[in-house]
Design a protein around this ligand. Structure first.
Ligand SMILES: [Zn+2]
Length: 368
């Protein structure tokens, strides 16, 4: 077998984790530039500057990331004297900030450290940046050699963030468990893909156990242990899984049927405009489970569990919850069936299976 290397995330989580910045980062350099969004900077600035001052890390500048994760913004940042002068790049913010700084780190070959201020996805710990065009439309994923060298997850800062990000992030996180397991079923997996599929269980269990309480705590600004567990699932487990299951970047077990449904739904621009990615994907998970149940009736229990969870936390269980009606169903199914995400599965997913799953979900939701 050809030799290969895998770089996995490292992280600190809890109260006061910025206190560890010097201990973790000084091995790599003594000067850093902070790159951030406006809100995220306000949330983290005081703590981070205090920690850097205490440990003797010189801050060469504080820069706005540019408002979108584009190659153009990466170029602009690369030419900034504060970046040229810094040995380390500190990404402070959500997914778009972190993805911009990861792409910048790859370009200028400097060490990246991430400081997520919200929890909506695993950008802080993954080795891919989702690149956009200037107009905000999706361009392509940009694969990076390694994830940030270390991720600092300050639970007190994240507890103060708007709860809708965590709410939607939970849907995208447990989708990874269902999609990785479904798309790899029955296959002989390499060590790393097998490892990724196995640990994806931790994208589901902490959310079922602690998700509702974590969401309530996030709404109240309480940095609880339940919130910490859900942050770990969304940021860390998801990143570990996605790095491991992206086999040779050719066969990708990362996304599957639930994401294909998501693309079917977002072919309606108003769905894309008015709803968050993970929220829409969570609806796709319910359809995925109803299709699985058509071949394996024992899946009914898992479907019920996820349906009840969605209802409990207010994730969508009907097309109407996403602003669509039954009349839109055929168009959603047509688009989903045409997506690449649906191709790698243990059986062919037919139009008939899709129609039945949508009808089953409607009947079930109407009765509950
Ligand atoms: Zn997703």
């Amino acid at each position: 077998m050809e030799g290969y290397s895998i770089y996995l995330p490292c992280y600190s989580i809890g109260h006061g984790v910025y206190e560890k910045v010097g201990k973790v980062c000084l091995d790599y350099g003594k000067s850093a530039v902070i790159i951030s969004g406006h809100k995220s900077l306000a949330a983290a600035k005081d703590k981070l500057l205090k920690a850097c001052e205490k440990d003797g890390i010189e801050i060469t500048g504080i820069l706005w990331y540019g408002g979108e994760c584009t190659y153009e913004n990466v170029e602009k940042l690369a030419a900034d004297p504060a970046v040229e002068k810094a040995q380390l790049l500190f990404a402070v913010g959500g997914g778009k900030v972190t993805d911009t700084v990861k792409a910048l780190g790859e370009k200028v070959n400097k060490a990246v450290f991430s400081f997520p201020t919200i929890t909506s996805n695993c950008a802080g710990c993954t080795s891919v940046s989702i690149m956009y065009n200037d107009d905000g439309s999706f361009l392509r994923p940009f694969f990076i050699t390694r994830p940030p060298l270390h991720t600092f997850l300050d639970v007190d800062i994240i507890a103060e963030a708007p709860s809708r990000y965590l709410w939607a992030g939970m849907g995208d996180t447990y989708a990874k468990f269902f999609e990785a397991n479904m798309s790899s079923r029955g296959e002989e997996l390499s060590h790393y893909v097998g490892l990724g599929v196995t640990i994806s269980r931790m994208c589901l269990d902490p959310i079922l156990d602690y998700g509702a309480k974590a969401l309530a705590d996030n709404k109240a600004g309480v940095a609880s242990e339940e919130l910490e567990n859900v942050i770990l699932a969304i940021n860390v487990t998801t990143a570990l899984t996605s790095i491991l299951v992206t086999k040779d970047r050719i066969i990708d077990y990362n996304t599957g049927l639930a994401h294909a449904i998501n693309y079917g739904l977002t072919s309606f621009p108003e769905v894309e405009r008015n709803h968050l990615h993970g929220e829409i994907v969570s609806f796709g998970v319910l359809i995925l489970l109803l299709i699985e149940e058509q071949l394996e009736p024992s899946m009914r229990g898992m479907f019920k569990k996820m349906f009840d969870f969605s209802r409990a936390v207010g994730l969508p269980t009907k097309l109407e919850d996403l602003g669509l009606t039954e009349a839109d169903q055929d168009a959603v199914i047509d688009k989903a069936l045409a997506m690449k995400d649906i191709e790698h599965n243990p059986y062919v997913i037919t139009r008939g299976m899709m129609v039945k799953a949508f009808e089953d979900l409607k009947d079930f939701a109407d009765k509950e």
